[in-house]
Design a protein. Structure first.
Length: 526
């Protein structure tokens, strides 16, 4: 599975030692605040990097590193970035993940220099994320190696379990969730061997929560719920069931996200409310704290799904003000961008299109500053689609088409050209609708056809899913406009056949599961 790291790898172009592989998916820039290393550790890693460059033979990997360092020294940041990315690609493609830390750290230096020159907050964010994650991965690999050398490779030891857990966190911050899950699983098994399989221990509870986060991000929400429930139960056994504790609040919030992904919104709302109340008890009702802000966003998302738009806006506005107090009034930050986008979607649902556009444009600009204007990222694709929807509703269908096409191109870059994805199918349907509104029915039919085929791939060829019936109605209407009555009749016949099927037609989107234009983004607590 491609990640944000893959996007950086792909910067290496077709330099020597390059296989020209394509990145297929981008993830958000990891939050640098999740990994903290002191200055001594940073210096130790930096010295190690320098010594390895001087003492080893010059392979393609090292040649790229040296060329990158020379370019960085002369201020040629584009050339430095290309060489460091090529070095990263060389070891990444060979699976030599331990050697990824050096080029990642060097890329962080490039972004740091760019940030100094341009005062672009996005470059500073990328620099901090790359340096911290790369240094952490390298440091924890060394810690694990050292522990194995001292204790023996097959030995079970608490320090080795900690190193494995830290490695999982480092890879998770780089979007490598499968690697993260593998390290967290090893850490869990080792901790159970040390403390006892049935023992309630905070380290075991932490490993269970980390595994839940990894599996939730990998899309296995049932497995995530299982791990989160085990973690919650264990933490409550340790602290006491009625105790107010940050780890309990984290498990509650994560359970809310996982249940929401499974469509269990009543359960999700209950968990998010419990988490919010507990975090306010811990940090203070009026305190600006990121954990409280995250709970507010997640609860706002549930309120929006239920169509309780005023309650959702209240949650989002509280969260936005809190994030701005924490990060700074004019700060560029992923959490702020998500709150802005959520406010835009909610105001659109309430019919205030102009206010929605203002929030979406602000969110889009911030996301492009954070992730890069020319980088395909799911949050940017989401903002583009949201803007397309608003302009469609305002009647400016040409502008809507432009935003939809940009979002579609980005989604296909992230998911793959041939991937059957519900979001891509929705975008194709939206494009069909917009083209029909400007009278270009042939293009509308092309997009409706593509959307219909993709929805059948997603929901099943024989399914009577409301998304499929929606596409059939749109397609038949467009065919009528160009006089293709045969195809229009075929669509109507398929609808009639679905009506006669045991499950019947699903005419409308079920409420309250889909009352809004966009699915919300839920925040994970780590």
């Amino acid at each position: 599975m491609g990640t944000w790291l893959s996007k950086i790898v792909n910067l290496g172009g077709t330099s020597r030692g390059d296989n020209g592989s394509e990145a297929t998916r981008g993830d958000e820039v990891p939050d640098a605040s999740t990994i903290k290393l002191d200055d001594k550790v940073r210096d130790m890693i930096a010295r190690t990097i320098a010594q390895r460059l001087m003492t080893r033979g010059f392979s393609t990997y090292e040649s790229h590193l040296l060329e990158g360092c020379m370019a960085l020294g002369t201020g040629n940041l584009d050339r430095a970035e290309q060489n460091f990315a090529a070095a990263l690609k060389t070891v990444h493609n060979k699976g030599q993940h331990k050697d990824e830390a050096e080029p990642l750290y060097r890329l962080g230096s490039v972004y740091m220099k760019r940030g100094v020159l341009s005062q672009d907050g996005g470059d500073f964010t990328k620099a901090a994320a790359l340096c911290n994650a790369a240094l952490a991965a390298s440091y924890y690999e060394q810690s694990l190696q050292m522990a194995q050398n001292i204790c023996g490779k097959g030995t079970v030891h608490a320090s080795m379990a900690t190193s494995l857990d830290n490695l999982g966190n480092a890879w998770s911050s780089l979007g490598e969730y499968e690697k993260a899950a593998s390290y967290h699983e090893q850490s869990l098994q080792m901790r159970r061997s040390i403390f006892g399989k049935e023992t309630a221990h905070r380290d075991i509870a932490a490993s269970l929560n980390s595994l839940g986060v990894s599996w939730d991000r990998l899309g296995d929400h049932r497995k995530a719920v299982n791990y989160f429930e085990q973690s919650l139960q264990m933490t409550q056994n340790i602290c006491g069931k009625g105790t107010v504790h940050a780890s309990i609040a984290t498990s509650l919030d994560n359970l809310g996200n996982a249940w929401s992904s499974l469509g269990e919104y009543e359960k999700a709302a209950s968990y998010h409310e419990q988490s919010l109340q507990m975090r306010r008890s811990i940090y203070g009702e009026e305190t600006a704290h990121r954990a409280i802000a995250i709970s507010l966003i997640n609860l706002g998302n549930i309120r929006r799904i239920f169509g309780e738009y005023k309650k959702a806006i209240n949650c989002y506005e509280q969260s936005l003000k809190m994030m701005q107090r924490i990060c700074g009034e004019d700060a560029v930050h992923p959490d702020i961008a998500v709150s802005l986008n959520n406010l835009g979607v909610t105001w659109e649902s309430m019919g205030d299109h102009r206010k929605a556009i203002s929030y979406h444009e602000y969110s889009l600009k911030m996301e492009q500053n954070i992730y890069g204007a020319d980088i395909a990222h799911p949050y940017i694709a989401r903002s583009l689609k949201s803007l397309g929807s608003v302009w469609d509703n305002l009647g400016d269908h040409r502008k809507a088409i432009s935003y939809y096409e940009q979002s579609l191109q980005m989604k296909r870059c992230l998911q793959g050209e041939e991937t059957a994805d519900p979001d891509i199918a929705d975008l194709l349907n939206d494009l069909g609708f917009a083209f029909s509104k400007v009278g270009d029915y042939r293009k509308a039919i092309k997009y409706y056809d593509q959307s219909l085929q993709m929805k059948r791939s997603v929901y099943g060829e024989e399914s009577s899913h409301f998304e499929i019936t929606d596409s059939l109605r749109n397609l038949s209407d467009a065919c009528e406009h160009i006089g293709d009555h045969r195809k229009a009749i075929s669509c109507y016949e398929q609808l009639l056949q679905m009506e006669k099927s045991p499950q019947g037609l699903s005419v409308e989107k079920p409420s309250p599961l889909f009352p809004v234009m966009e699915d919300p983004i839920f925040f994970q607590s780590s």
